[in-house]
Design a protein around this ligand. Structure first.
Ligand code: ADP
Ligand code: F6P
Length: 332
């Protein structure tokens, strides 16, 4: 193998740059030329690429975002696009393409592989951690820290005014950020897609809990961590309903995109570096159609399909103890 390429696709995540750096330096160490396509799959279609050298990845390990930019390239779903990408990759003499992204990006890689004879390898990069085949995805730990820092700050003002706060965290359709940020911030309640019931039941349960907690500890702050997309009318509406039903002031906070940015924490930098180096070595071994991951400190490869066919479960013990803690909060 002489030439390898990479791109970042889908939602950017802190640690993507650390991963780019590891891929570039490992490729150079093995004597490969390495190319970075810009703007996700758009770069493959537009032939927008850079020849990456060691100087391009100097001092990027600590930077959030991605120096290659990312994109959601909807047109890539068509066969014509995949054929164009294959033709462009062949024209540049690329033999393996490494894709850093989430399960959507891996669907894209698999789609490309139907029309291209080169190797494709995925590296899990998304704050949502919703990719099976790895204990954690690149960016996930940083997103938890960012959410936690904000929740701690909200707790201060919530305490001062003895208010209820609804804090919406990201996760698309997964509760990994929510569960971990809630445990670490001692939130009083949590609403996640994996454990939620119907909206009516959730609301009834939440109001009952708020009232029981109030009886026990009097007026106090009360923090609910809620996953995005969970309440159909949005958290602002839910806050209005709660204020009205409990007669306690309730405020919504949507953490949003701050969770995608910032300097990656050490776990994300180390994970990104390990997976980046490993992906290059797997490419050199001839692997294709796989995603690299880390499970119980072992570097592993799984079929790309696993990332979207298998739903990664939440840590059931964490879910259990979180629910036990809520229960204790309301006991007389
Ligand atoms: P993520 O990788 O973070 O899950 P998306 O789901 O938005 O993000 O996917 C990123 C990109 O991957 C899409 O914009 C598109 O370019 C490509 N992609 C997603 N699904 C497919 C598919 N079924 N076929 C081809 N390309 C896809
Ligand atoms: O994939 C990460 C994520 O941040 C999700 O949690 C969120 O739903 C989504 O991306 C929103 O991203 P965008 O607005 O860029 O499509």
């Amino acid at each position: 193998m002489r030439k390898i390429a990479l791109l970042t696709s889908g939602g950017d995540a802190p640690g993507m740059n650390a991963c780019i750096r590891a891929i570039v330096l490992t490729s150079l160490r093995y004597g490969l030329e390495v190319y970075g396509y810009r703007h996700g799959y758009n770069g493959l279609l537009e032939q927008e690429y850079l020849n990456l050298r060691a100087k391009n990845v100097l001092n990027i390990i600590q930077r959030g975002g991605t120096i290659l930019n990312s994109a959601r390239c909807l047109s890539f779903k068509s066969n014509d696009s995949a054929k164009t990408a294959a033709k462009n990759l062949d024209a540049l003499g690329i033999e393996a393409l490494l894709v850093i992204g989430g399960d959507g990006s891996f669907r894209g890689a698999k789609h490309l592989a139907k029309h291209w004879s080169g190797q494709v390898i995925g590296l899990p990069g998304t704050i949502d951690n919703d990719v099976d085949g790895t204990d954690a995805t690149i960016g996930y730990y940083t997103a938890i820290e960012t959410a936690l820092d904000s929740i701690d700050k909200v707790r201060d003002t919530a305490d001062a005014f003895e208010r209820i706060f609804l804090i919406e965290v990201m996760g698309r359709h997964a509760g990994f950020i929510g569960l971990n940020a809630a445990i670490a911030s001692a939130a009083d309640h949590i609403m996640l897609p994996e454990i939620s019931r119907s909206c009516e039941d959730e609301l009834e349960n939440l109001i009952a809990h708020i009232e029981a907690v109030k009886k026990r500890r009097g007026n106090s702050s009360y923090i609910v961590v809620i996953a995005e997309n969970l309440w159909p009318e949005g958290v602002t509406k839910l806050a209005e309903i709660l204020s009205q039903k409990t007669q306690i002031e309730c405020r919504p906070v949507i953490l949003g995109y701050v969770q995608r940015g910032g300097s990656p924490v050490s776990q994300d930098r180390v994970l990104a570096t390990k997976l980046g180096a490993f992906a290059v070595e797997m490419a050199l071994e001839g692997k294709t159609g796989v995603m690299v991951g880390e499970i119980n400190q072992q570097l592993v490869c799984s079929e790309l399909e696993t990332s979207w066919q298998q739903k990664k479960p939440l840590d059931s013990y964490l879910v259990k103890i979180q629910q036990d803690l809520f229960d204790i909060l309301k006991r007389p």
